[in-house]
Design a protein around this ligand. Structure first.
Ligand SMILES: [Zn+2]
Length: 249
């Protein structure tokens, strides 16, 4: 296979007619994406998330898929509860999916880094992230696999959710392989990249049209300032969202 064939295939995918998608940031890393007729919850930290918009869940009629980037509770969050309530498919690393299945979730799509799957007309690619992924249980550490990011593709749109990560130059491969137009990048610092690193990701590697800073402001520990991030981004538009505000892109 020639170098570049993969990118050509993905560009073909992007030649599909583009339709608008609806995006709602729910605070922290939680995103509600309505794309290609599907309702997708990413990192559903809904209960206990101090920035989660009050009353939002009552307005959600449907969730078809739940995408989990890694196993920390501020990301795994309400995965099991929401998957059961809405009959949603859990998409994540094998360990995450097994835990969900053991807890009674019926529909799972386990995968791992480098893989790309199609579920009900939407494609999900798991890409690297540098972080950790265990949780505390019974006084010890319990593994939930490794951290990841996701690219979600449907109807000509490509959306990158970086999960929790530092800056890494292989974000250039995420751009080369999947050409994301929209990105959700952590900027809160301490546990992830801060504003300066996230701006380098945009300016040098990802080439996004629109980027939404996430993983900031939830707790005092996350001191990274999204406005500083916006000041340093020279490539693509930054939208500093308000939790619960829906917008199309
Ligand atoms: Zn986190």
């Amino acid at each position: 296979m020639r170098a570049g064939d993969g990118a050509a295939t993905l560009r073909m995918h992007q030649q599909e007619e583009e339709t608008d998608m609806r995006i709602t940031w729910l605070g922290h890393s939680a995103v509600h994406l309505e794309l290609a007729g599907k309702s997708i919850a990413i990192d559903p930290f809904w209960t206990g998330n101090p920035k989660f918009p009050q009353g939002y869940e009552e307005r959600v009629q449907r969730i078809d898929a739940i995408v989990v980037t890694h196993g920390h509770d501020d990301h795994f969050g309400d995965t099991v509860r929401l998957a059961k309530k809405y009959g949603a498919t859990v998409i994540g690393q094998w360990e995450i999916c097994m835990e969900a299945a053991n807890a009674g979730v019926e529909k799972i799509q386990p995968m791992n880094t480098g893989g790309c799957i199609e579920v009900e007309g939407v494609r999900y690619a798991m890409v690297p992230a540098f972080h950790s992924s265990a949780t505390l249980r019974d006084g010890g550490l319990f593994t939930r696999g490794d951290p990841a990011g996701f690219v979600i593709l449907g109807e000509g749109r490509s959306v990158y959710h970086a999960g929790d990560t530092c800056l890494f130059s292989d974000m250039a491969l995420v751009h080369r392989l999947y050409r994301p137009q929209i990105g959700f990048l952590p900027v809160g610092d301490r546990f992830t990249m801060g504003p300066e690193q996230a701006a380098i990701a945009c300016n040098e590697f990802l080439h996004l049209d629109l980027v939404v800073p996430i993983h900031w402001g939830t707790f005092d520990l996350l001191h990274g300032d999204p406005h500083e991030f916006a000041r340093q981004v020279t490539r693509g538009r930054v939208h500093i969202a308000t939790p619960g505000e829906s917008f199309t892109a």
